[in-house]
Design a binder for this molecule. Structure first.
Ligand SMILES: [Ca+2]
Ligand SMILES: [Ca+2]
Length: 417
């Protein structure tokens, strides 16, 4: 079943202007971390860097892990084409894991948790029992790229995008039927071969047709921040950088620090020209719908990943998504409104300033998810989008954040084993 192994790699990108602005973490630990990271940055990721031989850059970091932006520069410079394991892409950082959950339930990591023994709400159990077989095991919480569920979920997303012609992340009955009719081509029924042809035609390795970049496009996208923020965002458990931004309709102003306290906060970063964001963010709305009483959900609109004047994508043009990189706040706000109209988001969508202050502080470009706990600290930092943009993984982290808060010090007397 070769097709189950296809990676989803729909590309992504986004932009960040420059690598300077620092994160506004305000406790000493985070500060010293930021300072350490800064000292590590021996090279600025600008066009000037192309004059420095790769060997020289690598030698400067010998025995150390280079900053993310340097890793990404080196990957692109050596010809990597934005695969999920290239450069700065990597797994989420989360306070919670299967090991955490198992320990909380007094079992070993080889064990399993049945519904009756679960320490939280039955609705939470369902979210952790990913494959819905009535028990939670390690597999249910594994979001690595080699996991069967994760690989197939990626494939489903690619197929979904093919069947969703207007690219709004919502597959209507009419769209589904139209896709069927196009596949059947007048026959009375569709065979699995017809489906394979309809779904997989044109899918090369990582990109949909007309979307693959050149090395030059990638490099210029990296320097301009369009491939992603050159900053790394807050570390796990660090204070969430504060921000004050207005909603896309201009009607509300939200200051993060005023929201923090009662409930965990979920932050969703994204932009209109990022195809995976358009198709996957409705999944975040699904989580929002399920947990709107237990957590606060906030969207932050950031720099375009695939503007017409940057890494333009055929898959965007096809669905009528064609915008140049906004140069002013009002231009960005207008695109955010367009995006909001298409996706019909129910959570407030804030618009980042044109210097990407918040997008950079969180390394939110092109798309990323966070869970902030009630103390204002990062409990979950999703991987960089598009590969790391996983609503299901974020949802499990949110559930475990709630579980921890609901059962504070419950040393498991009743639940050993
Ligand atoms: Ca299960
Ligand atoms: Ca649709």
């Amino acid at each position: 079943m070769r097709w189950t192994c296809l990676k989803l790699t729909a590309p992504v990108l986004s932009v960040t202007a420059m690598l300077l602005s620092q994160a506004s973490a305000n406790d000493a630990a985070a500060k010293s971390e930021a300072t350490a990271a800064k000292e590590e940055s021996k090279f600025a990721v600008t066009p000037e860097l192309t004059k420095v031989p790769n060997e020289e850059i690598e030698a400067a970091y010998e025995g150390k892990t280079p900053p993310e932006a340097i890793r990404m520069y080196l990957a692109i410079s050596k010809g990597a084409m934005m695969g999920g394991n290239d450069g700065w892409f990597g797994p989420a950082a989360s306070r919670y894991s299967w090991a955490w959950l198992a320990e909380k339930h007094g079992i070993t990591s080889k064990g399993e948790i049945e519904a009756a023994k679960f320490q939280g709400d039955a609705a939470w159990f369902k979210r952790l029992d990913r494959n819905k077989d009535g028990k939670i095991v390690a597999e249910d919480l594994d979001w690595s790229d080699r996991n069967f569920w994760v690989q197939n979920a990626s494939l489903v997303n690619r197929l979904f995008r093919k069947a969703d012609p207007n690219g709004d992340g919502a597959l209507t009955r009419d769209e589904w039927i139209a896709f069927y009719d196009a596949t059947a081509q007048g026959q009375k029924a569709v065979s699995s071969e017809d489906l394979r042809e309809a779904w997989l035609t044109g899918m090369g390795g990582n990109f949909l047709p007309g979307d693959a970049p050149t090395k030059e496009i990638l490099l210029s996208g990296l320097f301009s921040g369009e491939v992603g923020s050159l900053q790394e965002g807050p570390a796990l458990n660090a204070p969430a950088p504060d921000f004050t931004l207005k909603t896309q309709d201009g009607e509300r102003t939200i200051k993060l620090s005023e929201v923090i306290g009662k409930k965990p906060v979920v932050l969703m970063f994204g932009n209109f020209t990022c195809g995976p964001f358009r198709s996957i963010s409705p999944g975040v709305e699904t989580v929002h719908e399920r947990f709107k009483d237990d957590a606060v959900f906030i969207g932050v609109y950031v720099r375009e990943a695939h503007p017409t004047d940057g890494w333009k994508m055929e898959s965007n043009t096809k669905v009528g998504v064609a915008v140049a990189q906004p140069k002013t706040y009002d231009e960005r706000k207008a695109v955010a409104q367009q995006c909001n109209q298409l996706l019909k988001l129910k959570m407030p969508l804030l618009v980042d300033d044109i210097n990407d202050s918040t997008g950079n502080a969180y390394s939110g470009m092109p798309a990323r998810l966070y869970v902030i706990d009630t103390n204002g600290r990062v409990a979950y930092k999703g991987g960089r989008g598009p590969f790391g943009f996983k609503p299901g993984e974020m949802e499990q982290a949110l559930v475990m954040t709630l579980l921890e808060a609901a059962t504070p010090k419950a040393p498991s007397q009743t639940s050993t084993k």
